[in-house]
Design a protein around this ligand. Structure first.
Ligand SMILES: Nc1ncnc2c1ncn2[C@@H]1O[C@H](COP(=O)(O)OP(=O)(O)OP(=O)(O)O)[C@@H](O)[C@H]1O
Ligand SMILES: [Mg+2]
Length: 111
């Protein structure tokens, strides 16, 4: 199992959620964050203004089976890519276990 954390522009959120739905992915967590990449926010624009420092971003987190990783990443890229700086980044990490609290199921069955 892998955790996919996509840090995206707030304006791309709905498209990314729609893209995830279209590849059959049910479980997702969305978090509002602030951050900057290698340009330190200086050359990105937000709501038409050039901003220096931390910019609002959204994190879309999904834990998926290993065999779903490629198509989930592809769907996120297709939905969030503009080609401009600040499009975001996807972090992928290993997940040791998952527990569904209601049933006690573990691992892939609990995703
Ligand atoms: N190395 C990193 N570690 C943690 N968060 C990061 C990292 N790089 C980027 N982020 C987060 O992702 C957001 C989007 O990053 P961004 O797309 O600007 O990356 P970048 O490397 O500067 O690429 P680009 O040149 O396309 O802008 C940042 O605002 C920050 O929240
Ligand atoms: Mg950047």
């Amino acid at each position: 199992m892998k955790k996919i954390e996509a840090i995206i522009r707030p304006g791309a959120l709905q498209a990314v959620l729609d893209g995830l739905k279209s590849v059959g992915y049910p479980g997702v967590t969305v978090t509002e964050v602030k951050g900057h990449g290698k340009q330190k926010g200086i050359t990105e624009t937000y709501r038409g203004q050039s901003v220096e420092g931390l910019l609002p971003k959204m994190v879309v987190t999904a834990v998926v089976r290993d065999k779903q990783v490629a198509k989930v990443i592809k769907a996120i890229i297709q939905s969030a890519h503009t080609g401009e700086i600040g499009d975001g980044k996807i972090f992928i990490s290993a997940v040791m276990d998952v527990v569904r609290i209601r049933t006690g199921e573990r691992g892939e069955k609990a995703i």
